[in-house]
Design a protein. Structure first.
Length: 114
């Protein structure tokens, strides 16, 4: 699956977020065995990536409660970028930087549980 910033509804972006190149990748997923490798481009407004730390770790969990637990644990002492909430693509999703500077994306997809 590939989703570009041009596919994002205008009201789904954070308030005050600057425009992003519509061809930039917001989300891409690639199945690898029973796992899924996920990635995205980094928009300019999120800062200049630093080689070696220019990645995010994505974790998919089995429930909203587990998503909240994982998110809150990792956010302690870090920076909550997007609080856990219902995303326009159907997942319960949040994004943060932990206290060590690692970017995390936490997701619960109820459609995968069916």
């Amino acid at each position: 699956m590939v989703m570009r910033y041009g596919d994002v509804p205008a009201d789904a972006m954070p308030p005050g977020a600057p425009a992003v190149d519509p061809s930039a990748i917001m989300h891409i997923s690639y199945p690898v065995g029973s796992s899924i490798l996920m990635g995205s481009d980094t928009p300019d407004y999120m800062g200049v990536p630093t080689a070696g730390t220019n990645f995010s770790i994505s974790v998919s969990v089995d429930s909203r409660e587990e998503a909240d637990r994982v998110y809150n644990g990792l956010a302690a002492g870090g920076n909550a970028k997007f609080p856990m909430g219902d995303a326009f693509w159907g997942s319960y999703f949040g994004m943060l930087t932990d206290k060590y500077g690692i970017e995390w994306m936490i997701s619960y997809d109820p459609q995968r549980q069916q």
